[in-house]
Design a protein around this ligand. Structure first.
Ligand code: TEU
Length: 556
């Protein structure tokens, strides 16, 4: 029996509104700009859009610092524009998933303004601690670097912020906070949206007494706020009181978790969350920023992590594979090869869209957009990256931006945030004005218009893969089995659903190689269905010779 759900069959496309499409020439993307591009999304074939925050915000963290959950920020448009977007998407059978950011609000949210004045009932909406203005209440570190505490002169007390100082953490212990959140979530669901991506949602619960953390464990304090003691209570309640009453999906963003945590959140005895992102880079160690050396990893390490996530949740929990988002470098540049851009981008696409789970594609990924060369601190936009570099210089970890540049140019969140490359026109067709973040200079070559109708483009390949995923149920619901776990460069797996099987073979390297088809795979029954090269034999042989970045899908 297949447990069918629309969100299991969907391919989701993430839009980061600030960088997607600017309709009014102020250099910042906006909602009317997205409306102009709904046909582009329709042509690509995606089933849902996840929209990063468009709520009212002072934009200290590009909208992840919300000052009014029920209003659209002026820079993005109006609520009428939002309603128009929702119907333009629904008219094309594309669903809309919003971002739910409730670990924290902006310090300019009404709740915080009243809280800092000590006004009831808002006084206990956040984590406040009195004490010496020179000594923070504990040694917890912010995920963006520096202390997780800031002193507020108005209330004469410290408040907790696991991210930016303009993002005070909500006190989820307070039932009034939870009620206020559920009310707001239901207000959006009543508008007819189709679900939520839950931002940083494994951080909601903090250990009793907020004890000091062990500085040897990465971000200091993390053992007291990642997957904290009451997390399952809060998430279960959130689910029961809101999304459970609607045909809405939830996907949780949880940094630094393993597939075992994922089971606890999404499994049979979990909290009702539909799926969590499968962040492969985190588990390879990419989460331990700030590291000022590039991360080293081997394919067998990756294969083992993929296997854990893909087979470890089978039958119990769903997952959301992802290679890019607005916090990650571009996948071609980090996982693939800029020198073999088309081949590696399409190999990675093959991987993403043939795994078990709901694949998320980030804007520009479908074009094979790459990282950008940032030459100075001033060229960066992301407060977290800037903070990291400034801290590293202050601590003497690096001497100047020049020393940090190599790692920044591999990992900064800004790589995903450069404007979407629509055409070879000025500013990549993103804006008629001055873009808020520099456009990657490769846009005359890499852009949506140039790839339209080009059967060899990354864009065309994504289109084919998305269509294939809609056709071949085995790619959605089939069991996953990994083969050749020790191969230095090849990832090979099968998907099985009743009598239907798929075999996926990926050469994750700059060198040609060969593999033997795993025993038990009946080669005669398979035919080539999709490949990212044109000269690939259509039948499956016992021994396969693979070109660099080869990606192939065989079906029975
Ligand atoms: O990111 C959360 C985030 O930074 C963590 O998941 C992090 O990756 C993990 O804890 C490992 O250290 C979300 C948004 O995606 C990001 O853009 C925001 O800046 C952040 O929350 C704050 O809202």
């Amino acid at each position: 029996r297949i447990d069918r759900e629309w969100w299991k069959e969907a391919v989701v496309y993430q839009i980061y509104p600030k960088s997607f499409s600017d309709s009014d020439g102020d250099g910042i993307g906006d909602i009317p700009g997205i409306v102009e591009k709904v046909d582009y999304l329709d042509e690509l074939g995606v089933d849902a859009v996840w929209l990063s925050p468009v709520y009212q915000s002072p934009q200290a963290d590009n909208g992840y610092d919300i000052s009014d959950y029920r209003a659209i920020d002026d820079q993005y448009g109006s609520m009428a524009d939002f309603d128009e977007l929702l119907s333009a998407l629904h008219d094309r059978d594309i669903r809309l998933v919003m971002d739910l950011v409730v670990n924290h609000t902006s310090d300019e949210h009404e709740w915080f303004k009243r809280s800092r004045r000590g006004e009831e009932p808002y006084d206990e909406y956040y984590y406040w601690r009195e004490g010496d203005p020179e000594t923070p209440p504990n040694n917890w570190e912010s995920i963006f670097g520096g202390s997780a505490w800031s002193y507020d002169d108005e209330r004469e007390a410290w408040y907790l912020h696991l991210f930016h100082e303009k993002q005070p953490d909500l006190n989820w212990r307070n039932p009034a906070v939870r009620e206020a959140v559920y009310d707001m979530v239901n207000w959006w669901l009543e508008k007819g949206i189709d679900g939520f991506r839950l931002d940083a949602v494994n951080l909601l619960s903090k250990a009793e007494g907020l004890p000091d953390g062990d500085p040897a464990k990465g971000i200091t304090g993390r053992e007291h706020f990642f997957n904290g003691p009451a997390i399952h209570t809060y998430l279960g309640e959130l689910h029961d009181r809101t999304v459970d009453r609607y045909d809405a999906m939830t996907v949780a963003e949880m940094g630094g978790i393993t597939h075992e945590h994922a089971l606890a959140y999404c499994g049979e005895d979990g909290d009702g969350i539909d799926m969590v992102f499968q962040f492969l880079r985190d588990e390879l160690g990419g989460e331990d920023d700030p590291a000022w050396e590039p991360l080293e990893w081997t394919l067998p390490e990756l294969t083992s992590i993929v296997t854990d996530w893909q087979t470890g949740l089978a039958g119990e929990a769903w997952v959301a594979p992802v290679l890019e988002n607005h916090d990650q470098p571009r996948s071609v540049s980090w996982w693939g090869s800029e020198a073999a851009r088309r081949e590696s981008a399409t190999m990675l696409a093959t991987f993403l869209l043939t795994m078990r789970g709901t694949p998320f594609v980030y804007q520009g990924q479908e074009l094979g957009m790459t990282n950008t060369d940032f030459e100075s601190l001033e060229e960066l936009g992301d407060p977290a990256t800037k903070h990291r570099v400034e801290n590293a210089i202050a601590n003497g970890d690096v001497e100047s931006f020049a020393d940090a540049k190599r790692v920044i140019n591999l990992t900064s969140r800004d790589h995903a945030r450069t404007p979407m490359q629509w055409s070879a026109d000025a500013n990549a067709g993103f804006t008629d004005g001055e873009p808020w973040l520099k456009v990657n200079e490769n846009y005359p070559e890499i852009n949506a218009a140039a790839q339209r109708g080009d059967p060899d483009s990354v864009r065309a390949y994504y289109q084919e893969l998305i269509a294939l995923r809609h056709d071949a149920e085995v790619l959605v619901y089939g069991d996953f089995e990994m083969h050749c776990p020790d191969h230095e460069s090849v990832l090979a797996y099968t998907r099985t659903l009743g009598d239907d099987r798929a075999l996926v073979v990926l050469n994750w390297s700059d060198d040609p190689t060969t593999i033997d088809v795993p025993p038990g795979v009946p080669v005669d029954e398979f035919g080539l269905t999709l490949a990212n090269r044109t000269d690939v034999p259509t039948t499956l042989d016992e021994r396969l010779a693979l070109e660099p970045w080869d990606g192939r899908v065989y079906l029975t």
